[in-house]
Every structure is written in C-alpha cells, then in structure tokens.
Design a protein around this ligand. Structure first.
Ligand code: PBG
Length: 331
C-alpha cells in the first residue's frame, strides 16, 4: 500500500506561482491560435457584428490592417469567411477567381506574406437558401444532396489554393468531402496543401452569432441532416474522424469546443499522432462577452481557463475569436 496523508501532501507543489508553473501539464501560446475573420467584398469599410463585440465584417483595406496587427501580436494563422454580394441556389460565387475569399486570401498574403491562411470550404454563405450545398427535393423533403455537392467542394478548394491559401478546411459535413477536396487538390498540382477537416462538427445552438456575422442562417429547416447529433456518442464522432483520416485529412477538428471536450478527449486517445483542432465557436465567445459586459464574469480569467481546458482535453490548435486578446494577455 502506498503512503498517503500526511506524508503525501499534494498542496506542496502549489505553494507559490513559479512552482505551479514548473509542474504545469498544459501550456497555451499564441502560435497555437487561429483567428477567424469575416470579409465583405468591398475595398473599404467595417461593419460591426452586434452579437460579437470587437468583431466586424471587414473590407479589404481593413482586412490588410487586421492581418498586420495579428502578425504583430505573434499569431501566425487566420481563417477567412467571406460574405458575397450575390447568392444563388448553388452558391456559384464561391467558385469565382475574383470571389470574396479568393480576393481576401491575396490581400492577406500581400500584407503579411508569412501569414498562414486557412479557408473555410463550404457553401452556406453563398447559397440563397443558406444550406451547405446543393439542395434537392425528394419525396417532398428538401435536403442537401451529398454527391452533387462534392465536386463543387473540390472546385472551391482548388480555387482557394489558386488564390494562395495554405490550408483548406471543408466544414459542410458531407460524406466524402475530404476525399473530394484531396483529389481535386492533387489533380491541380496542390498535393502539398493540407486539409483541415471539420471532422466532428455538431448541429449546435452555439453557431448563432456566426450566422449573423456570415449571413448564413438556413432559410428553411436546419443542419441536422448533415451535422452530427449532439446526442451522438463519442464513438460516432471517432468514426467520422477515422473516415476523414482515411480520406486524407491532415488535421482533424472538433466543433464546438466547450460542450464537446469529451469528443476532443476521445479523439486524442484514439489518434495520438494526428494534430487536433478545437473550434471555440461564436456562441462560446458571445456568452462570455455578454456576461463580462454585465460585470458578472472576469473575461480574461474565464477565457484563459477555457482555452487551457481545450488544450488539456487534447487540442493542439484552437480557432478562437479571442486570439488577439489572448496574445495580449499572455505577452
Ligand atoms: C460553416 C461554418 C459555420 C461555422 C464555421 N463554419 C456555421 C454553421 O455550420 O452553421 C460556425 C463557427 C462559429 O459559430 O463560430 N461554413
């Protein structure tokens, strides 16, 4: 039997701050963070996003400024979301060489050549119905048609890579999306571009503010026929991730983060050598902001604690709207 109290005293290593830091198991540094940015197809301007204080839909000049500020703070990656002027049934504006994300990639790369630019590969911002792909009606039920959407995802990814994207991130939860994107990239001499798959993405209420920000709310129904059921088991999420790995995903993402730390942990256990990302989503951001504004919660402490928990659960990298603040807090 091992000796316990009073010989063993676990408080000994908590006695002062340097000692606590010495025995830490988890760290949080700005180079683990990816900042999401929203861009409008216009040269100038900034439109505040009411539900996400501190964030705005940016014109290209403001985007270049934001990229420079991001780099200055020691953050090396951004993920771009575009709000196009024109929406149609298939989201054709997503495929244009002069589309908003394609332009935005070039703007960021010109402003900060060594910034890692990630693009979200999906159609919900570009379709008039707000769904993540081509919608078909079958037996009176409208739903996203998986296999018609796949080649379009491939084309969108190639178009982003053509513009200079460093990593593409398919987020629509279509079956086969990673393979479709991988083979399209490989066929267009982009075999070196990694795919970060939104592999275990749940149909979550925590995306609400994002849909305001990106103007991508579904016009009918919801996303439950493609995004995962929050009541799905960790094993189901692991299966989604296994399939994406087999299809060639380089980085796996779990989304949202806070309510899904068990999924992140299950992924960490199952895939020890695969980089894992957590998406600290818009609703997670807005609820802390709202409470902080009321003086009900200490924003800095709550955010650092939450992001540390994501790292502890197994995330290597974290997509977060707090990236700038975190970099300042840690400096
Ligand atoms: C889909 C996409 C969404 C988010 C990222 N990519 C929205 C959705 O699935 O409805 C949500 C991110 C957030 O809430 O911060 N293109």
């Amino acid at each position: 039997m091992t000796e316990a109290f009073p010989t063993t005293r676990l408080r000994r290593l908590r006695h002062h701050a340097p000692l606590r830091r010495l025995v830490r198991g988890v760290d949080l540094t700005p180079d683990r963070l990816i900042l999401p940015l929203f861009i409008r197809d216009q040269s100038e301007g900034s439109r505040a996003i009411a539900s996400m204080p501190g964030h705005a839909q940016l014109g290209y000049r403001q985007l270049a400024d934001a990229a420079r500020e991001t780099r200055r703070l020691g953050i090396s990656a951004v993920i771009l979301f575009g709000i196009p002027d024109h929406k149609d049934a298939t989201g054709s504006a997503a495929l244009r060489d002069d589309g908003v994300v394609q332009n935005a990639v070039r703007v960021v790369k010109e402003a900060v050549p060594d910034m890692l630019v990630v693009t979200d590969v999906c159609f919900c911002e570009y379709t008039s119905h707000g769904h993540c792909g081509v919608v078909e009606q079958r037996r009176g039920i409208k739903d996203v048609d998986n296999d018609q959407t796949l080649p379009l995802l491939g084309r969108q990814a190639v178009s982003h890579a053509d513009a200079g994207a460093d990593i593409v991130a398919p987020s629509g939860m279509m079956d086969g999306m990673v393979q479709a994107v991988r083979s399209a990239l490989d066929g267009a001499s982009f075999a070196h571009i990694p795919v970060m798959s939104y592999a275990a993405k749940f149909a979550s209420a925590f995306y609400g503010p994002f849909r305001d920000a990106a103007e991508s709310t579904p016009q009918f129904g919801d996303r439950r026929t493609y995004q995962m059921d929050p009541a799905g088991s960790p094993g189901q999420a692991v299966r989604e991730m296994e399939m994406d790995l087999q299809e060639g995903a380089d980085i796996l993402m779990v989304k949202p983060a806070l309510a899904y730390l068990d999924i992140l942990h299950a992924a960490r256990q199952r895939f020890s050598g695969v980089p894992l990302a957590a998406y600290n989503v818009s609703g997670e951001f807005s609820m802390v902001k709202a409470a902080a504004r009321q003086g009900w919660i200490d924003e800095r402490a709550a955010v650092l604690e939450s992001l540390t928990a994501m790292r502890r659960a197994g995330a290597d990298l974290i997509v977060t709207y707090w990236a700038h603040d975190v970099a300042r807090w840690l400096a």
